[in-house]
Design a protein around this ligand. Structure first.
Ligand code: HEC
Ligand code: HEC
Length: 166
């Protein structure tokens, strides 16, 4: 019995090794962050894009998109002691700061209860909201994204408004 198990194990291991070798032979592996650069060669990172700081909001691509941040957030502290964003964006501070008040979803916990303060799952603003940059077009990743309105307009026929207006 034991010998039989060992034999099976040997066959399985041989199979795995062979598959591994076959996979590594054809495919050139590389770290997505480094790109196809050998480990002993230095990479040339792309230049950092400049943060846009013009207070001009961008169109959201779909209703639930976290809006991009139209101002710089350099050195804004967000940790367990302080949250610089809330100091302007909280409901209570919005009148004074004229910042868009944080929406009710940010005060809702995962069970749907409305809280008096920001829900923990919405505390670290920059996990969802990103600054707007002036990244040059050739640096951005190409994609074929179309927002919902464009898709609706295309499927309803050219030129028609996406939604019926009263
Ligand atoms: C000094 C006050 C202030 C601070 C601090 C601040 N904001 Fe703002 N924010 C504003 C104001 C005012 C606007 C309205 C547009 C403008 O003037 O830039 C705004 C706009 C935004 C918007 C766009 C909202 C929309 O409706 O499109 C987002 C998102 C945002 N801020 C996120 C953040 C985040 C995240 C932080 C923390 C990293 C932060 N803000 C810190 C004042 C502030
Ligand atoms: C888990 C992701 C997530 C986190 C974390 C988060 N947001 Fe948002 N935020 C969103 C999404 C999605 C929207 C758009 C839909 C909505 O209002 O919920 C949004 C909308 C907003 C808006 C626009 C509100 C409006 O009525 O147009 C502001 C301002 C904002 N967030 C600020 C903040 C600030 C400040 C923080 C940190 C305290 C924060 N958000 C944390 C996802 C997030």
């Amino acid at each position: 019995m034991r010998r039989a198990t060992n034999a099976i194990l040997a066959v399985v291991l041989a199979g795995v090794t062979a598959a591994g070798l076959a996979a590594s032979a054809g495919v050139e592996k590389h770290d997505p962050l480094r790109g196809p650069v050998r480990i002993d060669e230095a990479t040339r990172p792309l230049p950092l894009a400049t943060t846009e700081n013009k207070d001009v909001k961008r169109t959201r691509s779909y209703p639930m998109q976290p809006p991009t941040i139209p101002h710089s957030i350099d050195n804004y502290q967000i940790d367990r002691f302080a949250n610089r964003c809330v100091m302007c964006h909280s409901r209570a501070k919005a009148a004074e700061s004229q910042a868009t008040p944080i929406s009710v979803t940010h005060y809702t916990d995962r069970d749907g209860n409305f809280l008096a303060d920001i829900a923990p799952r919405r505390y670290f603003c920059d996990t969802c909201h990103v600054v707007q940059t002036e990244a040059r077009l050739e640096l951005t990743v190409p994609n074929t994204f179309e927002d919902a309105e464009t898709v609706v307009r295309r499927t309803q026929g050219q030129g028609k408004p996406p939604l019926k207006k009263k």
